[in-house]
Design a protein around this ligand. Structure first.
Ligand code: SAM
Length: 272
């Protein structure tokens, strides 16, 4: 008898032909599939003519349901874990279940496939030997800018997920905090009909997205090149000058002057 296994299965991020043959076979043969949204996964299964039973496992019930799923695995069943699209656990539920299964000594095995972040990096033309996956930025503008400020000196390429609701706002904040000229790329609707990959400096990308309503539709991966030694030195100098000025001037004036004097992005120095 096969060893009871929790198979963590990647599903397509758009084009259904990206479901791998091994994923298809796994989803066909397991006893049940734990799915983030059983309706959406049901549609995927019916497209491939599968009728494997589904179990709902989402952010809100994961902790509670993980124990029940682990019991089924301990009783000898094999199960699959999927999310709505792409790789489970990547900005998606699943890590609590995986942790619980591993803690119980259950075999957990990946069936790799699509992941929007990796697909986007593979076509962006930005340095990709080392990168930082940031997932979704905070929704609140002040929290978002605050978070971006902590990343301004990061030398590795930054990878963000973004939705159509916030793409323009988030790009505007990226321009404000990282500066207009930081190289970046936006991958939209990958593997789908309206797939678009734009690259260029942040301010030019923002202008393109603002000018064309279609460029604000769909799902996005935004990638920003890491800080260079030059940009980092400007920022350090900007912070030094700002620290000197802010005891004598209103903080926002101090930030504006420090940015003008040193070339550091103003919002990387002071809130807003
Ligand atoms: N687990 C998924 C993965 O492996 O990529 C990510 C799930 S997360 C909830 C959804 C986000 O992924 C979207 O808001 C978008 O930022 C990104 N995304 C998913 N599919 C995409 C696609 N086809 N093109 C661009 N971005 C996509």
């Amino acid at each position: 008898m096969a060893v009871p296994t929790l198979h963590v299965v990647a599903t397509p991020i758009g084009n259904l032909s990206d479901l791998t043959p091994r994923a298809l076979e796994t989803l066909r043969t397991v006893d049940a599939i734990c799915a983030e949204d059983t309706r959406r996964t049901g549609q995927l299964l019916s497209h491939f003519g599968l009728s494997t039973p589904l179990l709902a496992l989402h952010e809100h019930n994961e902790e509670a349901i993980a124990a029940r799923i682990v019991t089924r695995l301990q009783q000898g069943q094999s199960l699959a874990l999927v999310c709505d699209a792409g790789t489970p656990l990547v900005s998606d539920p699943g890590y609590r279940l995986v942790r619980a299964a591993r803690a119980a000594g259950i075999r957990v095995s990946p069936v790799p496939g699509a992941c929007a972040a990796i697909a986007a990096l593979s076509v962006a033309g930005l340095p990709s030997d080392r990168f930082v996956f940031e997932g979704f930025l905070p929704a609140r503008p002040s929290a978002r800018r605050e978070h971006l400020r902590t990343l301004v000196s990061e030398p590795r390429t930054l990878v963000f997920y973004e939705s159509s609701h916030r793409i323009a706002e988030s790009l505007a904040d990226l321009v404000a905090v990282f500066g207009a000229q930081r190289p970046a790329a936006i991958a939209r609707e990958l593997t789908k009909l309206f797939e678009t990959v734009l690259d260029g400096q942040l301010a030019a990308l923002l202008a393109q997205v603002e000018a064309d309503e279609n460029q604000r539709k769909g799902e996005f991966v935004v990638m920003v090149q890491g800080a260079t030694a030059d940009a980092d030195a400007r920022l350090a100098e900007g912070r030094r000058v700002h620290a000197l000025l802010k005891d004598h001037l209103p903080p926002s004036t101090a930030a504006r002057l420090a940015a003008e004097i040193t070339g550091a992005p103003r919002k990387a120095l002071y809130g807003g």
